[in-house]
Design a protein. Structure first.
Length: 235
């Protein structure tokens, strides 16, 4: 039986997909994994150019059927017109601790006002500083953040455009394909933030009780079980 394609869209912006592995390595037995570093093929990293880059990747799949796992900022690409154009080829879109507008930023600073005026010398330093908001188990943070290849340029450019992100209408068009995943201990995008859109669009939702922003790292067995069950061909 031919393997289905599974696209992994990492978060950030300014990160790479290395943090998906080794947690998601078992998926390679069942799927053809497609991943890339968002923004790596464009000289001018803007929201528009990131979408163009993503669209080109999707077009390269031609008529293949596929699913998507989009983590955090990766939802900006998963919820796009390029994805809608491939609607009939999509099995499932897994949105993991995802964003759909810029309200998560305002909510984060409302919860943590002491973090509002921070300045960091590098993107990596900022992730290390915010580790306690990303992980329930802090001992995992350094092994994850140390192996990522960061792009300060991509982060700085895209962060200027965060306010333009509004994905509600696109999420609505794709709602029948979406599996929303949130985490109890995610200090970046809160349970309340996710509950709001899950209820508005009546999305299929899983909530991880013992994970932070990276549930596939903190609860990999459960995460893999969900992917397997949701992508199973229904008789």
């Amino acid at each position: 039986m031919e393997k289905e394609t599974l696209i992994l869209l990492h978060g950030g912006p300014g990160l790479d997909p290395s943090y998906f592995f080794p947690s998601l390595d078992p998926l390679k037995d069942s799927f053809n994994i497609v991943t890339y570093t968002i923004g790596s093929t464009t000289s001018e990293p803007t929201l528009t150019n990131l979408q163009t880059e993503y669209s080109s990747m999707l077009q390269s799949l031609e008529n293949e059927n596929f699913s998507i796992i989009a983590h955090s900022f990766g939802s900006f690409l998963a919820l796009s017109e390029a994805t809608i154009e491939k609607y009939d080829n999509i099995n499932k879109i897994f949105l993991v601790n995802w964003i759909y507008n810029s309200e998560w930023i305002e909510e984060f600073y409302e919860r943590n006002p002491e973090e509002k005026n921070n300045n960091f010398t590098s993107l990596k330093d900022s992730f290390i500083h915010y580790s306690k908001y990303y992980f329930k188990d802090l001992s995992l943070a350094s092994s994850v953040f140390d192996k990522i290849k960061y792009s300060d340029k991509i982060f700085k450019q895209i962060s200027l455009e965060f306010g333009k992100i509004s994905l509600f209408e696109l999420a609505n068009k794709l709602s029948q394909k979406i599996v929303s995943i949130s985490s109890e201990y995610d200090g970046i995008t809160s349970k309340q933030y996710h509950n709001k859109i899950n209820k508005m669009l009546n999305l299929n939702n899983y909530h991880f009780k013992n994970s932070g922003h990276f549930p596939f790292i903190e609860q990999p067995k459960l995460f893999l079980e969900i992917i397997s069950e949701e992508t199973k061909v229904k008789e």
